[in-house]
Design a protein around this ligand. Structure first.
Ligand code: ATP
Ligand code: MG
Length: 416
């Protein structure tokens, strides 16, 4: 992609209304723009990151045996009355009445819809277990939308649902999902913690949260610096690790995932039953598994940045490589840059070619701000010595490569 043809509105100044580092950097690097409080447009670079995150999630969900579907965002309020969550959701749920006088809400989550769907199609234990997931937009009228995409009113979630014949089988699916979650967050380049959480509004009897330590995180937890035990933060009183006796530290985290054993809560209320091997009618045993897909962009940035900007982990980098051509009026520089651009493109390597008529200083600053994992710099020096300079964004390490070796070098760095 040529920068001059793309839409990457970078900002030099720190936006006044953005409190957290990730929010500031997402605005400055041209990833998102706010339409109104809690509602964001994803610009081309932001969408690339979002797609990369979604692909990692898809790969790990599919590998764990889950099938992807897509449920509607418009839901009948009637279903929420049946599940007895209509009141509980209160004003968080966005509601309206349509022209046919149907009472409708914009889905804040999808337990009701999927249970209702499954109900009509699962009748025998032979059809179980089953795990389904979707990556979809959710709507919640949050009291206090904050920190950009971290707490938004319209956001993207991956939500998965498991259906089993009994608790033992649910335990197995739950463990498979727990493992898949650890793989996903690792591939996203995150340093994360898991805690046992309060099942709260979801109901059920067991749940785990996945938390990313970050200065701007709204969720406080106690962490043991030695054995990494995590306890929910319930009071100011200094606590001691129940495992090793060390003093616990209070840290801020962002919740990026939450998994629950729901049991028969929804299936019994919505009559999603099956006939077991013993001929008896039983409610389907369910689990649900959420990931804050759009929130993850911010969580990744919170943990991967420096004074100059974002530092994308390789797998989520919006482009793998940025080529900075330092003087667009110099024909030979542009020819050389274009040649390398074509070469990398033909190998399926995603490259952003900074072909803008800007000063070298501006290009260096913007390349660092964008955080693309690998920079290729082509200037007068390159022409003179017939070499090309590479810079690894994370380490600032510079490598001088012969032009003939460039593809080999780039592949080596990209593949770690
Ligand atoms: P929180 O405590 O942060 O409000 P939650 O318990 O309401 O989260 P769930 O209903 O379990 O969240 O949703 C699954 C995941 O979706 C959460 O772990 C979080 O990563 C993400 N998420 C929830 N609410 C929002 C929001 N308003 N904006 C962006 N992501 C969100
Ligand atoms: Mg919430």
């Amino acid at each position: 992609m040529l920068w001059s043809k793309d839409f990457i509105p970078t900002l030099k100044e720190i936006p006044q209304d953005a409190e957290s580092i990730s929010h500031q950097l997402m605005l400055r690097a041209g990833l998102v723009r706010m339409l109104m409080a809690g509602v964001y447009s994803y610009l081309p670079l932001g969408l690339r990151v979002l797609n990369n995150i979604e692909n990692i999630i898809r790969q790990e969900m599919n590998a764990a045996g889950a099938s992807e579907l897509l449920l509607p965002a418009l839901q009948p309020q009637e279903l929420w009355l049946k599940s007895k969550r209509d009141n509980e959701m209160g004003e968080v749920m966005i509601r309206f009445v349509d022209r046919k006088n149907r009472h409708i809400c914009l889905g804040p989550t999808h337990e009701e819809v999927i249970t209702d769907l499954i109900k009509g199609h699962i009748s025998s234990y032979r059809q179980l277990p089953l795990v389904l997931y979707q990556i979809q937009t959710k709507f919640r009228d949050e009291i206090r939308p904050r920190f950009g995409v971290v707490r938004a009113c319209e956001f993207i979630m991956k939500d998965a649902y498991s259906f089993d014949k009994d608790e033992d089988s649910l335990d197995k699916n739950y463990e498979i999902m727990h493992k898949a979650y650890r793989k996903i967050f690792k591939r996203l380049g995150l340093d994360f913690l898991t805690t046992e959480a309060d099942p709260g509004v979801m109901g059920g009897n067991m749940s785990h949260e996945f938390m990313v330590p970050a200065a701007s995180g709204e969720d406080l937890v106690w962490l043991c610096p030695k054995c990494k035990l995590v306890k929910p933060f319930l009071g100011e009183k200094e606590e001691i690790c129940p495992k090793c006796g060390k003093g616990l530290e209070k840290i801020n985290t962002i919740e990026v995932g939450h998994i629950f054993k729901l049991g028969a809560k929804y299936s019994s209320l919505l009559q999603a039953n099956f006939i077991d091997a013993d001929g008896k009618i039983k409610p389907i045993i369910m689990g649900c598994y959420g990931i804050g897909v759009s929130r993850l962009i911010a969580a990744i940035i919170e943990q991967n940045n420096d004074q100059s900007g974002i530092i994308w982990p390789m797998e989520v980098s919006p482009f793998k490589v940025i080529i900075s051509a330092l003087d667009v009026s110099e024909k030979k520089i542009m020819q050389k840059a274009a040649l390398i651009y074509e070469k990398l493109n033909s190998q399926g390597i995603e490259v952003l070619f900074d072909d803008r008529d800007e000063r070298a200083g501006v290009k260096f600053k913007d390349a660092d701000l964008l955080g693309i994992a690998l920079q290729i710099i082509i200037g007068k020096e390159s022409l003179k010595k017939n070499t090309i300079e590479l810079k690894i964004r994370r380490t600032n390490k510079k490598i001088t490569a012969k032009e003939a070796d460039i593809l080999k070098q780039v592949k080596k760095i990209i593949n770690g």
